[in-house]
Write a protein that binds this ligand. Structure first.
Ligand SMILES: C[S@@+](CC[C@H](N)C(=O)[O-])C[C@H]1O[C@@H](n2cnc3c(N)ncnc32)[C@H](O)[C@@H]1O
Length: 217
């Protein structure tokens, strides 16, 4: 079978997976997709927090936490004030049911998107996000909100796959993914007021083509 016809045949499956990646939903989203995300995205999540000097006193926000692996990692590294937002009901229900894993930490979970964060200005020392930029509808609004909720001097760390890597995936990422070019992400962060915006390229077996955007408020 030619590659093009195979793609067409598998298109409904690709679309269904893409919908779950954009927002885990239903029983499958809550019990399967969240676990798949935690396992499959582990390397990028670790890279996103790598070299970030976390302390127990830090207040950390994860935007679009999915299965919650980044929040669990931050907890394991001693951060005691954690918050996470995700527009997916299934993701929020999943992590609320796993609260016991965050013993000794304050954990606030909200169902909402990056475009309108329900936090006061300067609420966080570190704001992180992984694999969510493909679903941000408006980069300017997203970076403006991230800037608002970080304290002056606070750190933004955003892990993502480059648009070039997403294009290679072909099938799945053709359904609803936004291909933000690296330069557009940097420009939007700078326009929102972030300083020292830089991109770190990752070179691991799994993370080849992935990047981490780091910036200071
Ligand atoms: C591919 S998953 C990544 C989850 C997790 N951060 C990880 O790396 O495993 C994308 C997540 O972003 C969330 N999301 C989608 N649109 C969003 C938005 N506009 N703002 C914040 N999160 C969003 C989805 O609900 C989903 O949980």
């Amino acid at each position: 079978m030619r590659k093009a016809s195979l793609f067409r045949l598998l298109d409904p499956v690709s679309a269904a997976i893409a919908r779950q990646l954009a927002g885990p939903r239903g029983w499958f989203g809550r019990t399967v997709m969240t676990r798949v995300l935690n396992r499959g995205n582990r390397a990028l999540i670790e890279a996103t927090l790598e070299g970030v000097a976390l302390t127990p006193g830090h207040r950390l926000l994860d935007v679009g936490f999915g299965g919650g692996a980044l929040l669990e990692l931050a907890h394991a590294r001693g951060v005691r004030s954690l918050a996470g937002v995700d527009p997916s009901d299934a993701a929020v229900a999943w992590l609320r049911a796993r609260r016991a894993r965050f013993g000794g930490s304050e954990l606030r979970l909200e169902r909402c998107a990056v475009e309108a964060l329900p936090f006061e200005e300067a609420s966080f020392d570190v704001v992180a996000s992984t694999n969510t930029v493909y679903f941000w509808p408006d980069l300017a609004q997203a970076f403006s909100e991230l800037h608002r909720v970080l304290r002056p001097g606070g750190l933004l760390t955003v892990g993502f796959s480059s648009a070039a890597k997403l294009r290679e995936f072909g099938g799945i990422t053709r359904h609803g993914f936004r291909f933000h070019e690296n330069a557009a992400l940097v420009a939007a962060a700078e326009a929102a007021g972030f300083k020292d915006v830089r991109l770190v390229e990752l070179h691991g077996r799994v993370t080849q083509g992935d990047l981490v955007l780091r910036a200071c408020r």
